[in-house]
Design a protein. Structure first.
Lengths: 230, 199
């Protein structure tokens, strides 16, 4: 196991009011690309949100690259980037460049360093023509590229993407998924209903009614999942 | 009504945002309090136009900002024309429009991160009473960003109601708008937290 990439869950449960979203999940992961699949309400998103402290475990222990999300939440969120399915709800600042730069606030970087990093992201993800334009006027695909840029600019070690292509057309799905699965060097946890994307990962986890029911080779896990819905 | 930053190197772009904000507030107060005669309105309008010229923004940007507040002009001017003299109605409306156009000039020449830094510095004395200046600056930034989003929600609610043949009503319009706005606020809080920024 690679300790720099180790994600460990030991007997983790998450309760929301009277509902159990996740039940007794134990798993060790160090792969580069991790797919998370399952039906709606199966616990996939809760699993993902635990990884950067957006949700807290009611029971059990979570460690992400050796960090405890409960006690070191701020440190963890600086090392773990999160991409949501709705690109609109991720835009925090009015213009594209300002939104990317926002991720670097409070990190003690000089203005020159911030501008350089933002320019690099804008060029890499083809947003140069929109740099000073209103972020909310971008297309859905461009907004998701902006979300990706805003996450990558802070150079996280792990990226958690919760259905990042759910609202995108085929061309933008291909573009975003290629960036996530092929171009990046960071570890990726990809929550998805797109089984084609899940197949491209190194390992797949399947959740069902809050329980982790399978973890292993993506082809095997996906075949089993498809059989259960046939 | 709140315009986005237009890059440039003019003197207005280069002024420190805190100083610019103080200047904007001061000028707005002067316009609000002193411009009661036509000549003073003309002088204030000339000042604002000079500001646009100095920022290298030109007549087109100025015109688009005036057009952006056209409904403010209509709603202010028409009722006043019924009760006041034409001169008073025009000068009252012009005062408000000039301040709005001046506010747009401020946002068009000031990057939001610079504005947030200035707001954070200005709010630093509040730390003594337990208020975090970072939160004040964040609140300001999110408020500015949320205006077009809420406007988009309003359009969505109107379209959804028209599609179902529901006539316009304050309650049937306000309730879904409020729910969408609260959901957006939740999502935005998650997005801010996920980026490692303490809110």
């Amino acid at each position: 196991m690679n300790p720099d990439r180790l994600i460990s869950f030991r007997g983790v449960s998450v309760d929301f009011d009277s509902r159990t979203a996740l039940e007794d999940v134990s798993v060790l992961l160090d792969q580069r690309r991790i797919a998370v699949i399952g039906s709606n309400g199966s616990g996939k998103s809760t699993f993902a949100r635990l990884l950067n402290g957006l949700a807290s475990a009611s029971d059990g222990e979570v460690r992400v690259h050796g960090i405890d999300p409960l006690r070191q939440g701020r440190l963890l969120r600086r090392r773990v980037g999160f991409i949501f399915s709705n690109p609109d709800s991720q835009i925090v600042m009015p213009t594209v460049a300002e939104d990317i730069a926002f991720s670097l606030r409070g990190r003690g970087l000089s203005r020159t360093e911030i501008d350089e990093r933002v320019s690099r992201m804008i060029d890499t993800y083809g947003l140069a023509d929109h740099a000073d334009g209103p972020a909310h006027s971008l297309s859905g695909g461009q907004k998701q590229l902006l979300a990706l840029s805003s996450v990558l600019v802070s150079e996280p070690e792990l990226i958690v993407a919760d259905e990042p292509t759910a609202l995108l057309d085929a061309a933008n799905t291909r573009r975003i998924s290629n960036h996530l699965l092929d171009d990046m060097h960071q570890q990726l946890v990809l929550v998805t209903h797109d089984l084609g994307l899940a197949r491209r990962c190194d390992v797949a986890l399947r959740f069902d009614h809050g329980r982790l029911v399978a973890c292993g080779d993506p082809d095997t896990v996906i075949a089993d999942y498809e059989r259960s819905h046939a | 009504m709140i315009s986005v930053y237009r890059s440039g190197t003019s003197i207005l772009h280069r002024l420190p945002p805190g100083l610019k904000l103080i200047g904007f507030i001061g000028t707005s107060l002067v316009i609000a309090v002193t411009t009661t005669h036509l000549l003073e309105v003309v002088a204030a309008a000339t000042f604002v136009m000079t500001g646009y010229a100095a920022a290298g923004l030109g007549a087109r940007a100025l015109t688009s900002q005036i057009l952006a507040v056209k409904w403010v002009i209509v709603f202010m001017l028409v009722p006043q024309l019924l009760f006041l003299s034409a001169l008073d109605a025009v000068s009252n409306t012009a005062r408000v429009v000039l301040i709005l156009v001046l506010a747009a000039l401020f946002t068009m020449t000031t990057r939001i991160p610079d504005l947030l830094d200035a707001a954070e510095r200005a709010a630093s004395p509040l730390r003594r009473v337990g208020i975090r200046p970072e939160s004040v600056a964040l609140l300001l930034g999110l408020s500015i960003t949320s205006i077009p989003v809420i406007a988009g929600f309003a359009a969505t609610v109107r379209d959804a109601q028209r599609a179902r043949g529901i006539s316009a009503h304050r309650v049937t319009f306000a309730v879904p708008l409020l729910i969408m706005s609260l959901k957006h606020a939740d999502d935005l809080a998650d997005a801010v937290n996920a980026r490692g920024i303490e809110s």
